[in-house]
Design a protein around this ligand. Structure first.
Ligand SMILES: *[C@@H]1O[C@H](CO)[C@@H](O)[C@H](O)[C@H]1NC(C)=O
Ligand SMILES: *[C@@H]1O[C@H](CO)[C@@H](O)[C@H](O)[C@H]1NC(C)=O
Ligand SMILES: *[C@@H]1O[C@H](CO)[C@@H](O)[C@H](O)[C@H]1NC(C)=O
Ligand SMILES: *[C@@H]1O[C@H](CO)[C@@H](O)[C@H](O)[C@H]1NC(C)=O
Ligand SMILES: *[C@@H]1O[C@H](CO)[C@@H](O)[C@H](O)[C@H]1NC(C)=O
Ligand SMILES: *[C@@H]1O[C@H](CO)[C@@H](O)[C@H](O)[C@H]1NC(C)=O
Length: 634
């Protein structure tokens, strides 16, 4: 008896650990590559249906429709000479001796495309959507924009008519530069960055245009760190968009507003820290200087976690902290403040000297809540994106999308109190890692890439929560609410009027009382499916698992008899056993969640022959058992 109690206790814990719902997507809005694309770079203009995918010696221009994906392939081969030279050098990664597209950016309607070109980076302009042309002489320095090999991480960002590029260290020092556009081209000093590995970049809007900044996210690696020391340090670096460089004698072609800070992701000041920042995504609130940065971090054992940071906190640290290694007071112009050059008369050689020698602030930036998000899952994350959703209570909710090593996508509701895994999507035919994601909040889609496939997923996916108010509310999906008038789980329409609308939600504590008392308490019943068993056969009763946060059990004879079942691969299967033979009658599978009980499925077992062989179920191989379960459901 103790054993059974223990077992059910563990299955409860296990259920709480998983995403609440699990979906397998089979919609046709996907594109299959003809060869695996292990490196890809995405470009998507919000509001359009077109996705540019830069891959190995090709750019795919994909147009998504509800019926499928139309594609145009633009070949971008590597120069023959470059390829030969690359292949002839033994210290080159031979697999990477091709033209991997690393940059596709729309800089004020000029489409800049750059690739590794077999070890000697090269750029093109993409004209009329599909025609590649050479860049006029002297307009660009490709080696500042694209790495020479695809395994070398780089980040590019187009903002206000300029292209910003960050290259990680491999063979050359890493850099953050303005590389193309109407403004003066600038760079970082070599000593400002120590072996950076870039993880993302974002434009942060300011109260005034001149306060706009670009944030870069990266990890620095200390190659001489001892074995007992952490070699990684996670960093945020930032520059002002109005920066025009220093004076002739000091920092003439370098940023005068660059500053960097250390960011921590771990539990307080305990040794349990995640120092390697692998990917970052910024959710900016339009106009206001608020927002959230989500960072994907790993530790030495490759365990991944997500930490969230307030942009306000980061900004506060940059504008008030002391500079590392500088103890004098900062009279006049404070390093890192954005001002137009014609008013920074204080940009003297002396001030610039301070800027040059002290690029780091002392304050360390801590995550919101002081620790990583509590995501009860064992998944290893590879990609992140986020969206902010206006709910019917007129509050904004953050939804985080996490791509995993096994090709899944998790949809997570992130509130001040908690992170709640709404659902897990299985999107791909194989289990390879998610390698790229792009989100279109305006049109409401998430693009997800993997080596063999790319597809898009609607952000508001309310039909999946079925046709009951209870299911709709329990989903806690801020995109969806229960329309009391239409009796449907529906996406919150744009411009929804809270005072006149009839859509209900309960995002903070999933309280189904918003559905009305009667609906909330009524136990839905199902009409039993007849199952006839002969003397030779046995029976397995499958109950499809909807919510992994519910507990499932079988009930018989007007709920007098109870049978437990354990969840395996999407079903709670009831099988006969020596101490639990299944006799004739109606079996009902009940799900219990948040204090509410629901009947999922029911069977009327009719038996024509002798007594059932009691040991049958326990001797069946698990795969056979599930095959039987799947069959029964059809
Ligand atoms: C390029 O960006 C501009 C805004 O900077 C936008 O108006 C235009 O539609 C974009 N072009 C494409 C093809 O996405
Ligand atoms: C782009 O389209 C315009 C107008 O259709 C045409 O004049 C121009 O030659 C095209 N450019 C290229 C490079 O094909
Ligand atoms: C790297 O680690 C070594 C050993 O702890 C230390 O002496 C050195 O200052 C570190 N370098 C940087 C750039 O932090
Ligand atoms: C500085 O330059 C900007 C445009 O670049 C101009 O709008 C502003 O009036 C100038 N300010 C001064 C003090 O000259
Ligand atoms: C919502 O509807 C009410 C009543 O019709 C109206 O007074 C109010 O202006 C509407 N609010 C918005 C934001 O449209
Ligand atoms: C649900 O909401 C109702 C009405 O606001 C409240 O009375 C009830 O206590 C809530 N239940 C839970 C579990 O929070």
């Amino acid at each position: 008896m103790n054993y059974i109690i223990l077992a059910s206790f563990f299955s409860l814990i296990f259920a709480e650990k998983s995403p609440r719902l699990k979906f397998t997507v089979q919609e046709p809005t996907r594109f299959h590559f003809t060869k695996p694309e292990y490196y890809m770079t995405l470009h998507h203009q919000e509001g359009s249906d077109v996705l540019y995918v830069g891959a190995q010696a090709v750019i795919y221009v994909l147009t998504f429709t509800s019926k499928g994906v139309k594609d145009i392939k633009i070949p971008v081969p590597a120069d023959e000479n470059a390829k030969e030279a690359c292949l002839s050098r033994s210290n080159m990664p031979q697999m990477e001796c091709d033209n991997f597209i690393t940059v596709i950016q729309n800089v004020s309607d000029t489409f800049v495309v750059c690739g590794t070109n077999a070890g000697t980076a090269k750029c093109w302009l993409l004209v009329n959507g599909t025609v590649l042309t050479d860049v006029p002489n002297g307009q660009m320095t490709p080696s500042d924009i694209s790495p020479s090999f695809p395994s070398q991480r780089s980040v590019s960002l187009s903002a206000d008519g300029s292209l910003y590029s960050a290259l990680s260290t491999v063979g050359q020092p890493g850099s953050i530069r303005r590389t193309f556009g109407s403004r003066k081209l600038l760079k970082t000093e070599n000593k400002w960055l120590h072996n950076p590995q870039f993880a993302g970049a974002a434009m942060i809007p300011g109260s005034q245009k001149q306060k706009e900044e670009i944030y870069f996210f990266f990890s620095e690696i200390n190659k001489t760190a001892g074995i007992d020391e952490q070699p990684y340090r996670a960093r945020i670096g930032r520059v002002c968009m109005v920066d025009e460089g220093g004076i002739k004698t000091m920092l003439p072609d370098s940023w005068t507003t660059f500053l960097k800070a250390r960011i921590m992701c771990g539990v307080g000041t305990t040794p349990q820290q995640y120092n390697n920042l692998r990917q970052a995504f910024v959710l900016t609130a339009r106009e206001r200087r608020t927002g959230v940065m989500y960072g994907l971090f790993s530790n030495a054992w490759d365990t991944t976690v997500v930490c969230a940071y307030s942009i306000e906190d980061i900004d506060q640290a940059f504008s008030t902290s002391r500079l590392k290694g500088y103890s004098n007071t900062l009279a006049g112009h404070r390093p890192g403040t954005c001002v137009l050059k014609n008013v920074t008369s204080s940009l003297t050689a002396k001030t610039l000297g301070v800027i040059k020698d002290h690029p780091e602030i002392e304050d360390v930036i801590s995550p919101v809540g002081g620790e990583p998000l509590q995501l009860p899952t064992d998944d290893q994350f590879t990609q992140t994106a986020a969206d902010t959703v206006l709910a019917v209570n007129d509050e904004h909710y953050s939804v985080l999308y996490l791509g995993t090593e096994k090709g899944k996508v998790l949809r997570v509701l992130h509130t001040i109190e908690e992170a709640f895994i709404i659902s897990q999507y299985s999107l791909f035919h194989n289990e390879g890692p998610v390698t790229a994601m792009a989100i279109d909040s305006q049109k409401g889609y998430l693009y997800v890439g993997q080596a063999m496939e790319i597809q898009r997923l609607p952000l508001a996916d309310c039909n999946r929560y079925r046709d009951t108010c209870r299911e709709c509310i329990l989903s806690r999906d801020p995109y969806c609410g229960w329309d009391l008038a239409k009796k449907k789980c529906t996406a919150i329409p744009a411009g929804y009027n809270i005072t006149t609308g009839a859509i209900v939600q309960s995002l903070d504590q999933s309280n189904t009382s918003v559905c009305g008392e009667a609906t909330a308490l009524k136990v839905r019943s199902t009409s039993p499916k007849e199952v006839v068993v002969d003397s030779e056969g046995s029976v397995l009763l499958p109950c499809p698992v909807r919510s992994y946060h519910a507990t499932y059990r079988w009930e018989k004879d007007n709920y007098i008899k109870h049978y437990s079942c354990s969840i395996s691969r999407g079903f709670c299967v009831l099988a006969p056993s020596p101490d639990q033979p299944l006799r004739e009658g109606v079996f009902r599978c009940m799900a219990l969640e948040n204090g509410y009980k629901e009947e999922v499925v029911s069977y009327r077992l009719v038996y024509n022959g002798g007594p059932l062989p009691a040991s049958f179920g326990s001797t069946l191989a698990p795969s056979l058992l599930l095959a039987a379960a799947t069959l029964w459901l059809m």
